[in-house]
Design a protein around this ligand. Sequence first.
Ligand code: CMP
Length: 136
Amino acid sequence: MVIQKTLVVIKPDAVKRRLVGQIVTRFEEKGFQLLELRLYLFSKETAEAFYDVHRERDFFRELVSFISSGKTVACILEGNDAVNVVRIMIGQTRSYEASPGTIRGDFGLGLTDNIIHASDTHESFIKESNVIFGSS
Ligand code: CMP
């Protein structure tokens, strides 16, 4: 087991629905350490940089528009195998297919509005956290 860091972004749908406390609590109860937490409003430019890997996808415009539609909460979490464990905890991308017990499975039904994003690799964590927290 390797101690890793990962990034989660609680999306505008979940912030508007006042789910932030419940979601952060799940990560704390699991045993992750919260290294950073920031209320963050994406601009169109920072949203495009954050989701750069999806630039050519047909849902890119919708994604950028949604993630910048309201405040998000970004957290850097640290713990054993964080990238993988957090991805398991958030569940499938399509919330309507996500298993009960996962964050998307318990709180959402949407696809673009799917409650939460988590980095899928260490490289994504570095790129994505640099957009929100800078490289320092
Ligand atoms: P997220 O984990 O933030 O990563 C990319 C996001 O694109 C994804 O969650 C969804 O919110 C969004 N998205 C919208 N349409 C699709 C799609 N057809 N396939 C995958 N992701 C999509």
